[in-house]
Write a protein that binds this ligand. Structure first.
Ligand SMILES: C[S@@+](CC[C@H](N)C(=O)[O-])C[C@H]1O[C@@H](n2cnc3c(N)ncnc32)[C@H](O)[C@@H]1O
Length: 312
């Protein structure tokens, strides 16, 4: 029942993907009196599991997808705006190791410039790589000897259906490629007619550095806290792994553990937590607090507490 109401809509497999959280997020929006006319903004969109599910469920009117990784943004742009070409490529691209190598070369060479080819290469690698990590090895390994082969997660017609279904809603989807702070600031002026709700799913404290090309170091976590606490007037939700270092950045913000069924479905070991600030902010806090904490986190990172950026 819930599955039908909140469809699995994203064409991407994403490490840390949040689609299963869509019903929880919808319930939080309900409780906060945030109706179906809102614009749901994801500053760290990735596969945008929650936003796309809520949009197709009719629970939000518009979604704003932002990711600082240009390959991710290029994917969304290509799939939504060059849909016929994208669909043709899904239907005809060879699913073998030679093609995967060709796509990996495109992915490496075209980074930095926004193009259809980069977006499709990212999608191809996402669907044919272990755990959906573009830079990990192919599903089935170099010998293609495993039970699952390269094409195990590339059901052409399912993917075509997801791309087409979302492209039909392209007027309700905005895509951008910016640092989260720029994106969050832009929401104030760009969506004057709608109430905005921010759903932030950043790279996690413990795992993030290993999973995404664009990742976080300790000071980035503090910078995000500053932006959410000081620059965002709209209601916001934030998901994280439950680490004391992160809780220290959000003093006084309401939290809730993510449900056992959600965590079990993700086969993850560590607990995750959702921070929520659903009343619109009318205050500005001093930045000093989080700057100090950021410095402490930097020092802890230097002592080996967390890995540095860009490890995949
Ligand atoms: C946890 S993933 C998001 C997963 C997504 N919620 C889903 O359901 O698929 C984090 C994303 O943040 C992006 N990212 C990392 N640093 C960023 C930054 N400074 N600004 C914006 N996006 C960033 C990464 O490229 C990655 O796609």
């Amino acid at each position: 029942m819930e599955k039908a109401r909140f469809p699995f809509a994203s064409p991407l497999r994403y490490p840390g993907g949040k689609t299963k959280l869509a019903p929880t997020v919808a319930a939080i929006l309900d409780a906060a009196g945030l109706g179906a006319d809102v614009c749901f903004a994801e500053p760290f969109a990735g596969g945008a599991g929650v936003a796309t599910s809520l949009l197709l469920a009719g629970r939000v009117a518009e979604i704003a997808l932002n990711d600082a990784d240009e390959a991710v943004a290029a994917f969304w742009s290509a799939a939504l705006n060059e849909t016929a070409r994208f669909v043709d490529a899904i239907r005809t691209v060879p699913l073998d190791l030679a093609e995967r190598e060709r796509q990996a070369r495109i992915y490496a060479e075209l980074r930095g410039a926004f193009s259809f080819e980069l977006g499709f290469a990212f999608f191809y690698l996402n669907r044919t790589s272990r755990s959906g990590i573009a830079t990990a090895g192919p599903i089935g390994g170099a010998a293609q000897a495993g039970a699952d082969k390269l094409d195990a997660r590339f059901n052409r017609e399912t993917l075509v259906r997801r791309v087409v279904t979302l492209a039909e809603r392209r007027d309700a989807i905005r895509v951008s490629c910016a640092d989260f702070a720029t994106f969050l600031r832009s929401l104030r002026s760009e969506t004057p007619d709608r109430r905005v709700v921010v759903f932030a799913d950043p790279p996690y404290w413990a795992q993030g550095p290993r999973l995404y090309r664009r990742s976080f170091d300790a000071s980035e976590h503090a910078r995000l806290a500053d932006a959410l606490l000081n620059d965002v007037a709209a209601p916001w939700l934030l998901t994280y792994d439950d680490a004391p270092e992160i809780r220290a950045l959000y003093p006084g913000v309401e939290t809730r553990p993510l449900s056992a069924s959600y965590c079990a479905a993700r086969r993850k070991t560590g607990a995750e937590v959702l921070f929520q600030k659903t009343a619109e902010a009318t205050f500005r806090k001093t930045r000093m607090g989080n700057e100090k904490i950021g410095k402490a986190l930097e020092e802890s990172a230097e002592r080996g507490g967390v890995q540095r950026k860009e490890t995949v």
